[in-house]
Design a protein. Structure first.
Length: 492
């Protein structure tokens, strides 16, 4: 799935996709997988001064010199700090310039959203608190030694490359370094930081929320369980992002974005192939647009699992209908209802699958990886054992130790390229090599069946609803505890 600035769609991974069949994680306010790519994309246009330090995504944006920035900076009197420092967090300073930029960005986002603006003092306090909490979390990440695996970082960068219309990490590195030497290393460092923060947040919140099977039973017996509507909606969501907040961009960019959105709407009326539509836009009307078009097939979600504004647009639609372009602070959204299904009595097809994955990265070009996967394919054609080859050569750490075994796979669980090939491969046979955002694959279908997953889906939706109810307070308690146990000095 290409980057889309919403936290309510789950992200797809090389081997699995958390959906109604699996326990989902709390959707934190911080960067999740899709939001991470959007944030890094935005960072590519930051000035060197603004890119010195990443700040909280809930309160920051690009640090362009604006009237808001000037007024925010003026509001922080020089007498309030020495040497430009507004606060100390343990031994890390927060600068007045950082606070001013974050306040300006928050002001712009509030205006674009149409929400009432808080008083200047309240806004400054809230923004400063967010910056303090981020520094505390970064310090905790460092002390705990939290660091994402190279595979996780490469997967995020692969999605970034895809969002940029690039085919590999090598192409991404060349494109970034061509703009500014060393830019790829800086972006990779930012991805590592955001992945680390997300891992910290998820683990801290998950450790504070306990949901038992008895809790699930009680919830399913309650009237509130009716919110777990039996209907699930499959959507394609395409966004034409703005280069900056809506109030800052030019009329020319607004018009260009709307023209792309209108063509997107027409393309969605006749096709359910999200990737083909993205490719057509990228090579056509959006080729010279200021930012990459984002989105993709979001799979099936209950209405409660969709962003509120999207749910309101989608639920009245008939299958095949497309929304009108919707302007948001981040861009123009166009959404299609591809399908809807009732999960009260859901019998679904499943495939027993093994696979071999050979990843592309900085050390292995796409051409080299394609040659390697073709060599493995020729060995399979000469009756080599699939499980043995997967155990020896697959780059998927989650399945290589099991001979590439992914167990039973359900529709919507894998990336689209994998699912399409899986459905086309006869039982007992292996596929030809194919490519996804993670690299080159060969898969083998070892079995097919139909399975009733109605009860599983209901229980997991109940567990998710309970988790979503409890997690915000757990997150708030953790952050308050983090702040209370830290040395924080506001310099007045």
């Amino acid at each position: 799935m290409t980057a889309l600035n919403t936290q309510h769609y789950e992200s797809q991974h090389s081997c699995s996709h958390t959906n109604a069949l699996g326990t989902s994680k709390f959707r934190l306010k911080k960067l999740t997988d899709a939001l991470l790519v959007s944030t890094v994309l935005a960072s590519l246009s930051l000035s060197a001064q603004a890119a010195d330090k990443t700040v909280d995504s809930a309160t920051t944006a690009k640090s362009t010199e604006t009237v808001e920035a000037a007024s925010a900076q003026a509001a922080i009197s020089a007498s309030e700090s020495s040497n430009g420092i507004i606060a100390l967090v343990n031994d890390t300073p927060i600068l007045k310039s950082e606070l001013a930029a974050a306040i300006a960005a928050a002001q712009t986002r509030i205006k674009a959203s149409g929400q009432p603006a808080p008083s200047p003092q309240r806004l400054q306090n809230e923004v400063l608190n967010s910056l303090i909490l981020r520094e505390l979390q970064l310090d905790m990440v460092q002390r705990a030694g939290i660091r994402p695996s190279p595979d996780a970082v490469n997967e995020s960068l692969a999605r970034l490359a895809q969002a940029q219309g690039l085919k590999s990490l090598t192409e991404l590195q060349q494109a970034l370094d061509a703009r500014q030497p060393g830019r790829y290393a800086a972006v990779r460092a930012q991805v590592i930081e955001e992945e680390s923060l997300n891992a910290l947040q998820q683990s801290q919140v998950a450790s504070r929320v306990r949901i038992t099977e008895q809790d699930v039973d009680a919830f399913l017996a309650s009237p509130e369980a009716q919110k777990l509507q039996s209907t699930e909606y499959r959507t394609i969501h395409i966004r034409i992002p703005f280069s900056d907040d809506y109030n800052r961009i030019t009329e020319s960019e607004k018009n260009a974005a709307m023209q792309i959105a209108q063509q997107t709407q027409e393309l969605l009326k006749t096709s359910n192939d999200a990737q083909a539509i993205l490719n057509q836009l990228t090579t056509g009307i959006a080729k010279n647009y200021v930012a990459p078009v984002q989105g993709g097939d979001m799979g099936y979600h209950p209405a409660a699992g969709l962003p509120t504004d999207i749910a309101k647009q989608i639920t009245p639609l008939e299958v095949g209908q497309v929304t009108a372009p919707q302007i948001t602070p981040e861009g123009i959204d166009v959404v299609k209802l591809v399908d809807k299904r009732n999960n009260d009595n859901m019998i679904i097809p499943q495939w027993k699958v093994r696979h071999i994955l050979v990843k592309t990265d900085e050390r292995n070009s796409d051409a080299l990886v394609e040659q390697r996967i073709n060599d493995l394919y020729e060995q399979l054609r000469r009756d080599a054992d699939f499980a043995s080859l997967a155990a020896t050569y697959s780059d998927d750490p989650g399945s290589a130790g099991r001979g590439g075994d992914l167990d039973w796979v359900t529709e919507g669980q894998m990336v689209p390229e994998f699912e399409e090939m899986m459905k086309r491969t006869p039982e007992g046979d292996f596929s030809t090599p194919f490519k996804s955002q993670f690299g080159w694959h060969i898969l083998k279908v070892e079995g097919m069946r139909e399975k009733d997953v109605s009860d599983t889906i209901k229980r997991n939706l109940a567990r998710e609803a309970l988790f979503q109810r409890l997690a915000p307070q757990a997150q708030e308690d953790w952050l308050q505890e983090l702040r209370a146990n830290a040395y924080v000095k506001i310099i007045n």
